[in-house]
Ligand binder design. Structure first.
Ligand code: T3D
Length: 262
């Protein structure tokens, strides 16, 4: 059983909820390790075809637990690079590399790494009262967890610089308007809407969706020619799935498809 997260699976959807509400679900090492453990379960469990990440309490995640950092002037500087290498970078890679859709349901304030973890997910829903804060600049740090990579791609360089250099709070409606997130929901329906969307995705051709995710995630790293080759390779693989056959057969027979995710 987990202490710092909640984890459950229902109707093909895994729900991972950060559960340190007293410190707005900020990350300590134990929570990182539990999240890592949950990702292992997700990858092993053949039932799971979509993931929802959210948080307990009034916040989504306030980034690193700052009470774990000794900033006494006489103490040696902590090696934050090590923390990024051991914990935050692997988490971002796990989300991006998970071969199924990941929905982030941002249920309240999302600050520091907590504002960037959602950006690594495939779809972002936020409750009306959610806020996104690139809090790093306020304590002399650099946006991590992919923030300086995702932000310019999502909102353009001008906005990215404004968000990262000023660290102002962005409300959910503004985040939607600038293309940072996908949808805004009422506070009390966020989780339900995220789970409904995840169940819909979990009933789709999961392997096909994994290839779509891979193609889009790699698109910024390639020129057009290289990317056309990747699309060719992925289409070759997609054409070998059972769900592709089922999709075409169902279309021709004018019935609903029954996808197995393989
Ligand atoms: O160190 C490394 O490994 C490097 C990696 C860094 C990654 C990062 O994420 S760095 C950025 C760290 N995060 C922040 O700088 C955000 C700090 N938090 C805030 O600015 C504010 O708490 C919020 C804007 C997120 C929310 O403000 P508000 O007014 O709604 O709530 P609050 O009263 O500030 O917080 C509520 C409680 O949560 C409070 O505790 P208390 O007084 O009730 O006992 C507060 O101390 C605690 N809390 C909030 N954020 C953190 C935290 N405790 C520890 N670490 C936090 N990050």
């Amino acid at each position: 059983a987990f202490e710092h997260i909640l984890y459950s699976v229902e109707s093909g959807v895994a729900l991972l909820s950060l559960n340190r509400p007293k410190s707005l679900n900020s990350f300590n090492e134990s929570m990182h390790l539990e999240v890592r453990e949950a990702f292992k379960l997700i990858r092993k469990d053949k039932q799971v075809r979509a993931l929802v990440i959210t948080g307990e309490g009034r916040g989504f995640c306030a980034g690193q637990d700052l009470s774990d950092r000794n900033v006494d002037p006489n103490a040696e500087s902590p090696d934050l690079g090590l923390s990024i290498e051991r914990f935050y970078n692997p988490l971002i890679k796990s989300i991006q590399d998970l071969p199924m859709p990941v929905i982030c349901a941002v249920n309240g304030v999302a600050a520091g790494a907590g504002a960037n973890i959602p950006l690594a997910c495939d779809l972002i829903l936020a409750s009306r009262s959610a806020k996104f804060i690139q809090a790093f600049c306020k304590i002399g740090l650099v946006p991590d967890s992919g923030g300086t990579w995702f932000l310019p791609r999502l909102v353009g360089m001008a906005k990215a610089k404004e968000l990262a250099l000023l660290g102002d709070s962005v409300d959910a409606e503004s985040a939607l308007a600038m293309g940072l997130i996908n949808r805004v929901t009422e506070d009390d329906t966020l989780r339900e809407e995220a789970l409904t969307l995840a169940k819909r995705l979990a009933a789709q051709p999961t392997q096909g969706l994994a290839y779509i995710k891979r193609a889009l995630n790699q698109s910024f790293d390639h020129g057009l020619h290289a990317h056309l080759e990747l699309e060719r390779d992925l289409q070759r693989l997609a054409g070998q799935t059972k769900d592709y056959r089922e999709g075409v057969a169902a279309f021709m027979e004018k019935r609903s498809p029954d996808f197995k995710g393989k």
